[in-house]
Design a binder for this molecule. Structure first.
Ligand code: URA
Ligand code: SF4
Length: 247
């Protein structure tokens, strides 16, 4: 079974040069990987399509899959609270995911979240690339390791590099990247450590709020080069707005 998975990547379904609305309209047709089939629907994005800040999560969860809207479940509620505490306004944010369909394992009547594989992240990346080209945010926030893997590659480590802005030249100008923990990881930490994990998320988002308001921190490190593309994604990579600042 696993050997015969059809996974051409999303590129052929992504309209060239499209705005967010046209991308959202096109996304339900995507067959770039096998995740569309067991899922209820594609979950594209939410928020302001000309926001200065894009938040990139992992993939929709159970509730997002049912409602078709990102970050409406428990992790999304925690994120919303953390944004409010950090002074990051909803209208300044565009919210999306690295992978647009819910990957899960059925367990009885329940559907248990399954982390997307590198191949799913690669397959779905053309949507993310196109969105970021359309939105042209000044700040891109990677929530957790999957978003980091998609946009920054394996050289960046969430816990080591979180909270430190990194800059890269992209086709839409100078973009600042900031990595933080995924809000669902905050929900999973043991009780006695959860307050600290939540406070760390709020602190990182406060840096984002400063960046969005043009209060840049003094030292900003260069982002590492964009992740090396898989062979079959080379064509997609050429369209990459978030790429190639090199060494
Ligand atoms: N977790 C994510 O990464 N994205 C969502 O949309 C919901 C939960
Ligand atoms: Fe397409 Fe992404 Fe869904 Fe795979 S997960 S079918 S690449 S939208």
């Amino acid at each position: 079974m696993a050997e015969n998975i059809e996974r051409p990547g999303a590129q052929e379904w992504v309209p060239q040069g499209a705005g967010v609305d046209a991308l959202r309209e096109a996304a339900p047709a995507c067959r770039g990987c096998e995740l569309w089939e067991p899922a209820t629907q594609v979950v594209f994005s939410a928020g302001n399509p000309s926001a200065p800040v894009a938040l990139v999560g992992e993939q929709p969860g159970d509730q997002e899959d049912l409602r078709g809207i990102p970050f409406v479940g428990p992790a999304g509620q925690l994120l919303q609270r953390a944004m409010e505490e950090a002074g990051l306004a909803r209208e300044d944010v565009y919210v999306t995911n690295a992978v647009k369909h819910f990957r899960f394992a059925p367990r009885g009547k329940r559907r248990i979240h399954a982390t997307p594989e590198a191949a799913h992240v690669t397959a779905c990346k053309p949507w993310l690339v196109a969105e970021l080209a359309a939105v042209a945010p000044r700040v891109v926030v990677c929530l957790g390791a999957t978003a980091v893997r998609s946009l920054l590659g394996t050289q960046v480590k969430v816990m080591r590099d979180r909270g430190t802005p990194m800059v890269r030249e992209t086709s839409t100008g100078t973009t600042t990247f900031l990595v933080t923990a995924h809000p669902s990881s905050v929900l999973r930490v043991p009780d006695d450590a959860r307050d600290a994990a939540y406070a760390a998320l709020v602190a990182d988002l406060a840096v984002v709020a400063d960046l969005a308001a043009g209060r840049a921190p003094e030292a900003v490190a260069p982002a590492p080069p964009a992740p090396a593309p898989a062979q079959e994604q080379l064509a997609a990579q050429e369209e990459l707005p978030v790429g190639g600042a090199g060494s």
